[in-house]
Design a protein around this ligand. Structure first.
Ligand code: ATP
Ligand code: MG
Length: 645
């Protein structure tokens, strides 16, 4: 493999950062050697408790029992709002940037607090009580954040469904968690096009009599159908509601939210998170991973429909009294300079996005980036998929002007918070590696029999002990929780991801374990082969899967999307094959390269490799659940192209 580049922490960065390498090492050691002391100190520092806990931790992974801070009482909205009012009441909690450039709103902590209290009272008035589930199906507008916090204020459990999902997917999720209240908007807007949210809710709950209340935010002002027994307008009801509402005292282990995974490997799972441990780790990782300094403007481009939006648009930033930018639009509207324009307009200091966005913008050239100064930027983050070194370098060099630290954050809906990531002032960077574990996180690599592998090696990525923001169960299906995560390697949490650990102890996520190929006895991650393919100028994106091969055990099947304007040809085929051989070695030589105008992706932009595997093996009648695909027609194209190949 090509030599790894390294980017050491510059001394001036270390000097101003919250944590240095020495501090990281010391805290990390303490977090593993004396976890209860460590976590109780952190819990005192990061959270305001109404009552202190009786016991820090009480975990038994073999039984799927995970409990943190039992007996402790707190309220999440109190921690995100009330306690900041005295010192930061006039600070912007949210800067909102709408789909249309120039359409912005600023909402202070005081204003957000008042609005949350009003909505909390409206919900109470409609009979929503502690423990009830509330479905939130919203565009990226400040009211989505209000809805989340209002639920937490009264102890209701929110279940957010991404606004891009179909009525069918929404219905499944409403039914699965038995949500009787839905909060939505008349319409959303994405790249100038309306998304009929209220209409979708109507379809989703048609015949579902258990849903007694639908609260609708008037956003675009279009006509909507109305059922006076069930429907209320957000604006009107809030205007009449009282602006004060006592926060409910919640136990640390009371449920906080349910969130369905993005579905890139199968039927989405209703991941349940609880109150104390989740908030602590969301808050703490936000501060340390992004090296958040008081007063900075922070922007995470995720949607609140994904866990990244939960932990790093809402709970992490707001519990730290940060200013969190909420963006309704898309990276390419009105043009591919949109991100950089927003960064300049609002003087964004910390920017957090996904490799899929970086790769798509990379394809548009550097001019649109260079048009903007981006001089406010200090830290750049990425999450969601392995970032190939090529995209990492572009992010570092072009977006960050070789001045910003990059944090590649590995974590999952299930983990609740960032688990493996660099810390800006403490950890040297290697492009493509998520680097080192966060406090309290004990990664372990195991072979298929569960033997623990030491030193530099690759294997199945497990976490050897429970951490505070770990999911507690799959809602309504503890057995599936056990079987999915805790029984494969008894006593450990199995992530489903494969990883490599290098001589410096750095972790390199190689993709889903299902995506790790075994070619003639050599294990390799699909991510590595993809990284090699995208090094070629003509390649916009690549996805690699394995398929049964008589001689090699598994063969390498590559789907390649070319950049706009490039036509596939034999020469290119050979160049790509040679490139992979050169970068990784002859063993990784592709067996099949299929040109793919588009790749099947989830709504959060992740490639759904299980569909690509089915197409590769021609098992077209067992494609499985495709309801979370952003554009199902891509699959038909792949099938046609395969046939013509
Ligand atoms: P499902 O579990 O339903 O298949 P999903 O795993 O895509 O969906 P998420 O919880 O949103 O749902 O994503 C977590 C996964 O995303 C991780 O398990 C990992 O495969 C990938 N991932 C996230 N961040 C990174 C990262 N920084 N580097 C590599 N992979 C990442
Ligand atoms: Mg997953």
């Amino acid at each position: 493999m090509a030599a790894e580049k390294q980017y050491p922490v510059p001394p001036e960065t270390a000097e101003h950062a919250l944590l240095t390498r020495e501090e990281y090492d010391r805290m990390y050691r303490q977090s593993l050697d004396d976890p209860d002391t460590f976590w109780s100190e952190q819990a005192e520092q990061f959270i305001t408790w109404f009552r202190k806990w009786d016991r820090v931790s009480n975990n038994d992974l073999t039984k799927g029992q995970i409990r943190w801070f039992e007996g402790g009482k707190l309220n999440v909205s109190y921690n995100c709002l009330d306690r900041h009012l005295e010192t930061h009441g006039d600070r912007n909690a949210i800067i909102w940037e709408g789909d249309e450039p120039g359409n912005t709103r600023h909402i202070t902590y005081r204003e957000l607090h008042e609005e949350v209290c009003r909505l909390a009272n409206v919900l109470k008035d409609r009979g929503v009580a502690k423990g009830d589930r509330v479905s939130i199906y919203m565009p990226m507008i400040p009211e989505a954040v209000v809805a989340m916090l209002a639920c937490t204020r009264i102890g209701a459990v929110h279940s957010i469904v991404f606004g891009g999902f179909s009525p069918h997917a929404l219905r499944d999720r409403i039914e699965d968690a038995d949500c009787r209240t839905v909060i939505t908007a008349d319409q959303g807007l994405r790249s100038g096009k309306p998304v009929p949210l209220k209409e979708n809710v109507e379809k989703a709950i048609d015949g579902l009599d258990s849903v007694h209340t639908v609260v609708t935010v008037r956003h675009t002002g279009n006509e909507v159908t109305w059922n006076p027994d069930r429907d209320i307008w957000y604006q009107e009801s809030l205007a009449e509601a009282s602006p004060t509402c006592e926060p409910e005292e919640m136990d640390a282990e009371d449920p906080l939210f349910i969130l369905y995974t993005s579905g890139s490997t199968g039927k989405p799972k209703g991941v349940l998170h609880t109150t104390g441990g989740y908030l602590l780790q969301a808050s703490m990782t936000f501060k340390y991973v992004f090296d958040y300094h008081d007063g900075e403007v922070y922007w995470c481009t995720a949607d609140v429909g994904w866990v990244t939006g939960h932990s790093y648009i809402v709970y992490g930033p707001l519990s730290n009294a940060a200013t969190s930018l909420v963006f309704e639009g898309v990276p390419t509207y009105p043009d591919a300079g949109r991100f950089w324009q927003v960064i300049d307009d609002h003087k964004v200091n910390i920017f957090y996005t996904a490799p899929t966005a970086i790769r798509s913008l990379m394809g548009q050239g550097e001019e649109l980036v260079k048009k903007y100064s981006r001089k406010s930027l200090r830290i750049l983050g990425t999450v969601g998929e392995p970032i190939n070194p090529e995209a990492w370098e572009w992010y570092y060099r072009v977006v960050g002007d070789e001045r910003c630290r990059i944090v590649d954050t590995w974590w999952q809906t299930e983990t609740g918070a960032i688990m493996i990531s660099a810390l800006p002032g403490a950890i040297d960077l290697k492009p493509g590696s998520a680097t080192l574990p966060f406090f309290g996180v004990e990664p372990e690599l195991v072979d298929n029999e569960g033997n623990i592998l030491d030193g530099a090696t690759d294997g199945n990525l497990c976490i050897a002990r429970a951490w505070p923001s770990m999911m507690r169960t799959i809602y309504g299906d503890h057995e599936r929780f056990m079987n999915t995560y805790l029984t494969t390697y008894a006593g450990k949490y199995f992530t489903g991801d494969g990883a490599r650990r290098d001589e410096d102890g750095y972790y390199w996520i190689t993709g889903r374990v299902d995506d790790v190929l075994n070619v003639s006895g050599h294990r390799m991650g699909t991510a590595e082969i993809e990284s090699a393919l995208v090094l070629h100028d003509a390649v916009a994106e690549a996805a690699v899967v394995g398929y049964p091969h008589d001689l090699k055990g598994q063969g390498i099947y590559c789907y390649v999307t070319l950049v706009k304007g490039v036509e596939p040809n034999e020469g290119l085929h050979k160049e790509l094959t040679d490139l992979v051989r050169k970068e990784i070695g002859p063993i990784a030589k592709p067996d099949v390269i299929q040109w793919a105008p588009g790749l099947p992706k989830t709504r959060s932009g992740k490639i759904m490799r299980r569909i690509l595997r089915k197409v590769a093996t021609n098992e077209l009648d067992s494609l499985g659940d495709t309801s979370t695909l952003a554009d199902p027609t891509v699959v038909d194209e792949l099938i046609t192209n395969r046939a013509n190949q």
